[in-house]
Design a binder for this molecule. Structure first.
Ligand SMILES: [Zn+2]
Ligand SMILES: [Zn+2]
Length: 231
């Protein structure tokens, strides 16, 4: 099968991913203040901003939507997020989930102290995603957006037919969050996180691209879930 080409765009503490098709699709909107870094990275790839037709926000936490308003203005792309989190983006709210691990509680306290210094520009959402997701075929990309709740109620993942999955914060793989690929240290509903993983694994995803940290094999999470069930 023909693979879609994609690029990792590190924007602050987040990775955004740019998937190339007839038009490009950008996964996530960057941490706050990352517009210039985005322009530079796009120029280095030789991709014109106007080639981006769609920006999918995996969820509405502040570190994923911080530069979305500027990126929409720069590219003219349509903006998509799950309907549950549309209001957070349109009102420029600063949303953060509860911790589910001891380190998450410590690190979450540090992040909350930093949050008053962050500003999120509000931006209109063009596509409010429902529970049945969205096909990327109109952009010439073999893949789809799926509702994968748990880290937040409206979290989505982008899954390519070739097996790569861009999962936002459904997993984390890098300091200061986690030492190795693992479930998120912050989540609204950790059981829903596990259910979403079972849904992705049943689809046969092979390589996971988290918003924080490096890619890893899907089998890591599969083993993690099996071990927990057995314990
Ligand atoms: Zn998040
Ligand atoms: Zn995040």
């Amino acid at each position: 099968m023909e693979r879609s080409q994609f690029h990792t765009l590190p924007l602050g503490i987040d990775n955004c991913y740019l998937i190339e098709g007839e038009r490009c699709v950008l996964v996530d909107g960057g941490a706050p203040g990352q517009t210039r870094a985005f322009v530079e990275r796009l120029a280095a790839l030789g991709i014109a901003p106007s080639r981006i037709g769609l920006i999918i926000l995996t969820h509405a936490h502040w570190d994923h939507i911080g530069s979305a308003a500027a990126l929409v203005e720069l590219t003219g792309a349509k903006l998509a997020i799950h309907a549950h989190e549309r209001h957070i983006v349109e009102q420029g709210l600063k949303s953060m989930p509860p911790a589910v691990t001891p380190w998450g509680r410590v690190f979450g306290t540090l992040l909350r102290a930093f949050l008053p210094f962050v500003t999120i520009a509000p931006v209109r959402v063009d596509i409010a995603l429902g529970d049945d997701g969205l096909s990327l075929e109109p952009y010439g990309i073999r893949g789809k957006v799926l509702h994968t709740p748990g880290h937040s109620r409206g979290s989505v993942s982008v899954v390519l037919d070739s097996g790569e999955a861009f999962v936002g914060d459904l997993a984390m793989n890098g300091l200061p969050l986690t030492r190795r690929p693992d479930l998120p240290i912050f989540a609204e509903d950790i059981d829903a996180v596990k259910a979403s993983w079972r849904k992705l694994l049943a689809l046969g995803v092979t390589t996971i691209y988290p918003a924080h940290g490096r890619p890893f094999a899907a089998s890591v999470i599969e083993r993690r879930l099996t071990k927990q069930t057995a314990a």
